[in-house]
Design a protein around this ligand. Structure first.
Ligand code: NI
Length: 169
């Protein structure tokens, strides 16, 4: 099955990416940089706080409420930044599939060759006699990374998978 080659709009995204990045950089430079810890109080329902404390406990002895809140805020910021069109992101796509499923291996291979300039690395694990797990690292603008991931996830025979984005711009 033929797959579309990297679309010409990639160039447009790249241009937008620069515009977005420089605007963000300008905004960042105006913000006073400090590592001083600021205190603020947070109100939340008791049951939510109890669930949160369990999360803090699961994250280990080295973590306390403040540190877990900082982690969550950083995660949310990374997620938000990586959804901005044109941002340079790294995506980690994990998929599980049955390698006996018709010509699935060939199809997955073809997609990765079509986008060879975005596919950084692929790790293949033979889980059992039928099942394969693949971790594909994809680099590029948000939309392109999501398009490639959706193409792979949407290939018939891919049982499940998930794309995790990290902003690198
Ligand atoms: Ni395998």
């Amino acid at each position: 099955m033929p797959h579309p080659t990297p679309n010409p709009e990639g160039v447009r995204f790249r241009t937008n990416g620069r515009a977005v990045s420089s605007k963000m950089a300008e905004h960042e430079s105006r913000r006073p940089k400090t590592n001083d810890l600021m205190r603020f109080s947070v109100a939340m329902p008791e049951d939510l706080l109890m669930d949160f404390d369990q999360l803090v406990a699961r994250r280990g002895l080295a973590k306390n409420r403040s540190e877990v809140i900082r982690d969550l805020v950083r995660e949310a910021l990374v997620e938000e930044r990586s959804s901005i069109p044109g941002m340079q992101v790294m995506g980690t796509l994990t998929i599980v599939y049955d390698h006996h499923s018709s010509d699935l291996n060939d199809k997955l291979h073809t997609i990765q060759h079509d986008y060879y300039d975005c596919i950084v690395s692929t790790m293949h694990v033979h889980v059992d006699v039928h099942t394969c797990l693949e971790v594909i690292v994809i680099r590029g603008e948000t939309e392109l990374v999501q398009t490639i991931a959706n193409m792979i996830l949407g290939t018939k025979g891919v049982r499940n998978g998930k794309l995790v984005l990290a902003s690198v711009g």
